[in-house]
Design a protein around this ligand. Structure first.
Ligand code: NAD
Length: 387
């Protein structure tokens, strides 16, 4: 067994308080790994239960299991899945580190509340994902991948017919036709899973580069007859379409969607509200029995008009599921991947036995520190221009 260093930094994890959250930001195998880097772990009793990791598992791995208040009082850095509530932030002490998805693109006030409290935030959503050294820290990739898988399972579960073609003594059943809109990390995983379940899959993404990725999975690329090729955004991400382009895209998607039984949407543009790809008219045009899973559903809206976070709406026999929390439904695996991401972030910032924000420039943009709340202005501008 690899040698454990004397611990000089304590990493704490609390029970996630949201009803929709089953994941935990630390799994027992990661406790051992952090120990090798001079980081000890303290976890709130019961924090891993919903993801099937018991207090005993954490103790056996060398972590301390304690009350919520003890964790808050002891930890130098805390890892979160859902960012800490105002109530939790009020209990944290100046100098403590908060690592998680902080919503910094859209919620300036929250980010300021952290820096005003003297906390150091690491906003995972701002990590430079394209840097090879940051790839193992990329929670969005790990969790979106889990989400795409679960979206396919969720759709299959809600759909009242088979996905695969099946030849039986009573006749042949045709395969389900599935459409995936947004073929990034989540979309590609949804395509792969739908194909494994036997559906005939078509997919669409606004990034020209995605066609080859979709086809390499054996799915068909949907040709909307529109050319958005000039406008791929920075860093390989989609750019936001203009209002006119969006209207053209919606009309084309609404028309093409009518032929599908299952639609999974995952389209996002970093720092902006998700684009509406399928309008209410498009939903109305679907066949009875069709199922839509909108993974981009959010309080700002989703990819499908009428989708609502955590709700299933049925209209005209079409089921519309607003499901941004799907990774939480695969909590054991999702937690393990996520805690590797968080641990790698933490280890990156520990040098000579101390947490230090000035030791790295690579991840600088993701840091929320008093006096320089990490540039949420660009996103605020983006939001204004959407309105
Ligand atoms: P995301 O979650 O921001 O968006 C999901 C998908 O929605 C993207 O593929 C995007 O192009 C698409 N989309 C946005 N607007 C759309 C619209 N109007 N119509 C149709 N589709 C739309 O993105 P993501 O899945 O996290 O990643 C996107 C890309 O970035 C992928 O190509 C991925 O491979 C790449 N990426 C690279 C790295 C890296 O280099 N390490 C890390 C993560 C992601």
């Amino acid at each position: 067994m690899a040698e454990q260093k004397e611990a000089t930094v304590t990493f704490g994890v609390l029970n996630e308080t949201s009803d929709t959250e089953s994941r935990v930001a630390l799994t027992p195998d990661i406790v051992t790994r952090l120990g090798r880097n001079g980081i000890s772990c303290i976890i709130e009793s019961g924090a891993g239960n919903a993801a099937e990791y018991t207090d005993e598992d954490y103790k056996a791995a060398g972590a301390t299991v304690a009350s919520r208040d003890e964790v808050i009082a002891t930890a130098d850095a805390l890892g979160f899945i859902d960012r800490p509530s105002a109530e939790t932030v009020a209990k944290l002490k100046a100098g403590q580190w908060v690592i998680g998805m902080l919503g910094s693109f859209t919620d300036t006030a929250y980010v300021e509340s952290l820096s005003n409290a003297g906390l150091v935030g690491v906003a995972i959503e701002k990590l430079p994902r394209q840097l090879s050294s940051a790839q193992s820290m990329d929670e969005m990739t790990s969790q979106n991948s889990v989400m795409g898988y679960k979206a396919a399972i969720t759709a299959a579960n809600a759909y009242g017919a088979f996905l695969p073609m099946m030849t039986t003594a009573a006749g042949t059943i045709r395969p389900a036709k599935a459409l995936v809109l947004g073929a990034g990390i989540a979309g590609l995983q949804a395509i792969g899973t739908l194909k494994r379940l036997g559906a005939v899959v078509t997919a669409y993404d606004v990034r020209p580069a995605s066609q080859g990725e979709v086809e390499s999975l054996g799915a068909k690329f949907l040709d909307l007859g529109l050319d958005f090729s000039k406008g791929q955004g920075e860093g390989g991400y989609a750019r936001a379409l203009s209002a006119e382009e969006q209207a053209q895209q919606q009309a084309a998607v609404d028309e093409k969607a009518a032929g599908f039984d299952i639609i999974i949407t995952t389209a996002k543009v970093p720092g902006r509200k998700p684009p509406v790809l399928l309008t209410a008219a498009g939903v109305k045009g679907l066949k009875r029995g069709a199922v839509i899973v909108d993974c981009a559903a959010s309080d700002l809206g989703g990819n499908v008009e009428g989708s609502a976070v955590g709700e299933q709406v049925t209209e005209g026999g079409v089921k519309l599921i607003g499901a941004p929390y799907l990774a939480s439904g695969v909590a054991t695996t999702a937690s393990n991947l996520l805690s590797r991401n968080v641990a790698d972030i933490l280890v990156h910032f520990v040098r000579d036995g101390k947490l230090g924000q000035d030791l790295t420039e690579e991840l600088d943009d993701a840091l929320v520190v008093a006096g320089r709340a990490a540039a949420p202005a660009a996103a605020a501008d983006a939001e204004k221009s959407e309105k």
